[in-house]
Design a protein around this ligand. Structure first.
Ligand code: HMG
Ligand code: MG
Length: 285
């Protein structure tokens, strides 16, 4: 039987958060519903963050209220603090994610606190999630390069990833936020992280600014990772990482994985339909 690779589909969140034009709630719901028909086990729907900082995600609760939920799919949301977690629980998110950075500059820019402060902010979120029986994913941004501080030491990534696991995150998603990573820098980073953390607890989240994301997935597969984040249509970017392009496109990742003999459970024809719709929502066609 073909070995399984899991895709976290992040287009409704990472894909849309950076769009300059406000996208209607009904269109966001339609995107999630189209994705729900593809066979994803996980769809990251939205984020419960400050609407002043990320206006595109201000309708998080309405989007989660409007989607048709498919059994077997977990609908996730980003929650940077307790306020976000409480809203996500009211909106019936099935999984939440906290997000830290391996570099101090991006931590300040993105979530307005130091790395150490962010871990303390996440502690009550993890405690509340444990009580509620909700799984929590942890992101580490800037795993090779930071828009503020330049190259990032692999040891810094390993330390933050370990701190998130110690808090109780079930999985750590390693974010190449800028899309500046190469198989060499991603490979070196993974080597250091894997000294502490087994591949089964890690995911790769690679933006595709320089067209290296597929290469970075291949090197990660060779190191044992079997979970990757991607975005239908290749949409995405972080408002606080200027110049960063979208996540690697899910349709190209799925095609590559199927060619390599992995099973994803995703229907390529339905995925193409969702990707076409995602692309139609972009301001820049
Ligand atoms: P803060 O800036 O430290 O300030 O917030 P605060 O906690 O004192 O709150 C300031 C204001 O935000 C207050 O409202 C709060 O009520 C409100 P005001 O009194 O000014 O009207 N607020 C909230 N509102 C809604 N939901 C909340 C919430 N929390 C506070 N949860 C905070 C810290 C993190 C919330 C803020 O800085 C923020 O929202 N930052 C945006 C972070 C973000 O969404 N970044 C993009 C996603 S991360 C990403 O893309 C990277 C990733 O893809 C991986 C990768 O590629 O590397 C995951
Ligand atoms: Mg991202």
């Amino acid at each position: 039987m073909a070995e399984r690779v899991t895709i976290y589909e992040v287009s409704p969140r990472d894909g849309l958060q950076n769009e300059p034009r406000l996208i209607g709630t009904a269109d966001k719901i339609r995107l999630v519903d189209l994705l729900s028909a593809c066979g994803f086990s996980h769809i990251e729907v939205t984020s419960f963050v400050s609407p002043r900082r990320v206006p595109q995600m201000a309708d998080a609760a309405q989007v989660l209220a409007g989607i048709r939920r498919t059994p077997g799919t977990t609908y996730a949301a980003l929650t940077p603090n307790q306020q976000g977690f409480q809203h996500a629980m009211k909106a019936r998110a099935g999984e939440v994610a906290v997000f830290a950075s391996a570099s101090e500059g991006f931590s300040q820019k993105n979530i307005n606190c130091s790395i150490a402060e962010s871990i303390e902010r996440f502690r009550p979120v993890l405690a509340a999630a444990r009580t509620a029986g909700i799984p929590v994913r942890g992101y580490v941004s800037c795993v090779t390069d930071c828009p503020c501080n330049g190259p990032v030491a692999p040891e810094a990534v390993a330390r933050v990833a370990q701190a998130l696991l110690d808090l109780g995150c079930h999985q750590i998603s390693l974010g190449d936020t800028l899309g500046a990573g190469t198989p060499e820098t991603i490979g070196r980073m993974l080597e250091t992280v894997l000294e502490r953390i087994p591949a089964a607890r890690l995911a790769g989240h690679y933006h595709d600014t320089r067209g290296r994301a597929l290469d970075n997935i291949r090197i990660s597969l060779a190191r044992g990772l079997r979970v990757f984040d991607s975005s239908a249509g290749g949409l995405g970017g972080c408002p606080f990482a200027p110049g960063a392009r979208g996540n690697v496109a899910t349709e190209t990742v799925v095609a590559m994985l199927h060619r390599m003999g992995f099973a994803t459970g995703i229907d390529p024809a339905r995925l193409q339909e969702a990707a076409d719709f995602a692309l139609s929502l972009r301001s820049r066609q």
